[in-house]
Design a binder for this molecule. Structure first.
Ligand code: SF4
Ligand code: SF4
Length: 340
């Protein structure tokens, strides 16, 4: 517990350092967390997927362990994702290594289709995240697998009951698009009824968000309702500011390298995977400091696309508003404490 608190404090310290870098020193950010795609192979075919690649080479377990060790030198928290990470036979060993290296929190992002066969993963994580964009068959169409939604819903109900016992938080990520915005509040109610956290994202096709949604009154109503629920302290992990930003597609300054994506072959790109300016393979370096030095860019990065992807946009918006960030951070800490 004390160890967790220390890692959490170092995460907080990194966040504050980045607030100073961005707001006062006019420097680019350094990572506070990262998402590691342990594979890009997946058994789903989501229409908006920008990751899935069933041909890409995966690192061996030993290479993945070395990669984790290098990352941990500079980054205290991690999301293990894919593709579908549970397709890896050694996923339990990977998570065990992440825990041994004292990453905290450790999040696992999975489509939940294979969890029954890999129950041991629950012993090494602090957050279990999955996607659910609708409660009805529309979700099958979005993920491209008939009948999968029923299984996901069944598994959310089943595994959310283990949160206290196994000490993790369950998070349902709902990606809004013009195809499902009228289902989002049902997903929210389902998440709250099953004691899950809800995160909201916005669909992006080829790096472009569906900005035409702002002309749709129903979409605006749904977003207003989510904003109201957030204000009433329902467990929504997005900040109020992010929800307001995607309601109106307000412009924001992106700092995507706060949470870089690392591919299943060890490649890391700067500043984000949608607008790569520089890449390097982490495993070609002796330390993560060398990786950062190679990617370091002295000019201020300005995005020309504005994709609004939550995992990049949300921390970027928070870092520009330190007080909001502190409030959100305290709320998240309290939520983790209540389960662990
Ligand atoms: S589950 Fe994830 S990785 Fe798999 S197709 Fe869907 S979005 Fe892509
Ligand atoms: S908004 Fe951020 S994540 Fe999206 S394309 Fe621009 S820099 Fe990349």
């Amino acid at each position: 517990m004390i160890e967790h608190r220390n890692v959490f404090l170092s995460l907080f310290k990194k966040y504050i350092q980045n607030v100073l870098r961005v707001n006062f020193l006019k420097r680019n950010v350094t990572p506070i967390s990262c998402a590691l795609y342990v594979t890009r192979k997946c058994n789903f075919k989501c229409s908006y997927c920008i990751v899935r690649d069933n041909r890409e080479y995966n690192l061996s377990l030993n290479e993945t362990k070395r990669l984790l060790g290098l990352i941990r030198e500079e980054i205290p928290s991690i999301t293990i994702t894919g593709g579908e990470p549970l397709l890896r036979r050694d996923i339990v060993e990977i998570l065990r290594e992440a825990e041994r290296l004292r990453f905290y929190p450790i999040s696992l992002f999975t489509n939940l289709s294979l969890i029954d066969r890999k129950l041991d993963v629950l012993n090494y994580i602090n957050m279990l995240s999955t996607s659910l964009d609708s409660l009805n068959s529309k979700n099958d169409t979005i993920i491209g697998v008939k009948g999968a939604t029923e299984l996901i819903i069944r598994n959310i109900k089943k595994y959310s009951k283990l949160q206290k016992q196994k000490k993790f938080i369950m998070n349902i990520n709902c990606v809004i698009s013009k195809d499902n915005f009228d289902d989002v509040l049902d997903v929210a109610r389902f998440a709250f009824a099953n004691d899950c956290l809800l995160s909201i994202g916005i669909v992006v096709n080829n790096g472009i968000p569906q900005k035409e949604l702002i002309n749709n009154e129903k979409y605006i109503k749904v977003m207003d309702e989510l904003i109201k629920l957030k204000k009433k302290r329902y467990p929504i992990s997005n900040s109020l500011k992010y929800l307001k930003t995607i309601r109106d597609f307000k412009s924001f300054r992106c700092h995507p390298f706060l949470i870089p994506r690392i591919l299943s072959n060890g490649l890391i790109g700067y500043p984000c995977n949608l607008q790569i300016q520089k890449t390097t393979n982490i495993l070609d370096h002796e330390s993560f400091k060398d990786v950062l030095a190679e990617l370091e860019n002295n000019h201020y990065f300005e995005c020309s696309k504005s994709c609004y992807l939550g995992c990049y946009a949300m921390p970027s918006i928070l870092i520009e508003s330190p007080m909001v960030m502190i409030k959100e951070f305290m709320a998240f800490t309290a939520k983790i404490r209540s389960k662990t």
